[in-house]
Design a protein around this ligand. Structure first.
Ligand code: 3HC
Length: 300
């Protein structure tokens, strides 16, 4: 099946990145949002990223030409003739099901639907539609324009053709597709989430400070960023949601959210996106570790 037009549902951190790489790969992309202000914000981030990549000579096309392939809309009808739909709305089962149920009758029957969910069951989202054979998971990584991986997940009802089309589509976006199935967390989060939760538990147990734990994994293991920087980068509320889904599935402590993460989310500390997490991001160039505020949770 040939894919020409792509729809992206949601223009947040992941949606805007997915729209950007799709347009960069030459597809015409329509991005759906509930309010034009979110399209404006997401498109501004895309423009900034494209300009940066263009300045480094990393784009085959001009940033203007790529940007011109992007269209924002708040009308679901504008997605009717899309061939491939990628959902990147809030990480919440009901919201995702509602979204897919509402677009399913509008979008042409041959189109493939994909969810960028990191932890919710693809099968459970898929049952909101009448196209189980054409439904896959397509899980990108943040920041989407830079991270080379995409996980492609099939359910027991996904057709071989739709699965292969989704893998080929991922490759066309310049990503390395890895094949997996609808098992909670797929490959990356199955391994990453226990590591991140362990970092928080190590902090709670007084093993080291935020900065020292980060420096240890960065300098001792060659990870590009330490666990707390990564947590702030992914978003604490997103990570908290993922841990809850994974714990619910596996009932194993390694997936459980430590009290500190829960308290930080309750306090509205979501990480870099809203300025405060394990670091204060008021100056994004110089994040300040928040050990003093978090001390009540760490053994001296
Ligand atoms: N678009 C274009 N350029 C970008 C960009 C973007 N979106 N984001 C960063 N850059 C640029 C930077 O501005 C910088 O440019 P410069 O060299 O001109 O200064 C360049 O890319 C390199 O960035 P950094 O200086 O920050 O250097 P790094 O070497 O640290 O690279 C990184 C950045 C690739 C993000 C690297 O830190 C990294 O790999 N971090 C780990 C990210 C990760 O693990 N992501 C997965 C999260 S898990 C997930 O998403 C799944 C979910 O389900 C939880």
């Amino acid at each position: 099946m040939e894919i020409k037009k792509v729809a992206v549902l949601g223009c947040g951190l992941m949606g805007s990145g997915i729209a950007q790489v799709s347009a960069t790969a030459g597809f015409n992309v329509t991005v759906l949002e509930v309010d034009p202000k979110y399209i404006e914000k997401g498109f501004a981030a895309i423009r900034k990223s494209l300009d940066k990549l263009a300045a480094k000579g990393e784009l085959a096309d001009t940033a203007d030409a790529i940007f011109a392939r992007l269209k924002g809309t708040t009308r679901k009808e504008d997605l009717a003739d899309c061939d491939f739909v990628i959902e990147a709305v809030i990480e919440n089962l009901d919201e995702k099901r509602k979204m897919f149920a509402s677009i399913d009758p509008i979008i042409k029957s041959s189109a493939i639907f994909a969810s960028n969910t990191s932890s919710i069951s693809i099968t459970e989202i898929m049952t909101a539609t009448k196209r189980p054979a054409q439904f896959v998971g397509l899980h990108f990584f943040n920041p989407v324009p830079l991270m080379k991986l995409v996980e492609v997940a099939r359910t027991i009802m996904t057709s071989a053709e739709a699965f292969e089309t989704a893998c080929a589509f991922g490759a066309k976006l310049g990503k390395i597709p890895v094949r997996t199935s609808d098992k909670t967390g797929f490959i990356v989060n199955r391994l990453l989430v226990p590591y991140l939760m362990d970092a928080i538990r190590a902090f709670e147990e007084g093993v080291g400070s935020v900065a020292d734990i980060d420096a240890s994994m960065k300098l001792g293991c060659g990870y590009p960023m330490g666990p707390f920087t990564l947590l702030d980068f992914v978003g604490l509320e997103t990570t908290f949601y993922i841990t809850n889904v994974m714990f619910d599935e596996f009932k194993e402590k390694r997936f459980a959210s430590p009290s500190l993460l829960k308290r930080m989310v309750m306090a509205g500390w979501y990480g870099k996106k809203n300025g405060k997490g394990f670091y204060d991001w008021s100056n994004p160039e110089k994040p300040v570790p928040q050990d003093a505020a978090l001390r009540g949770f760490a053994k001296e």
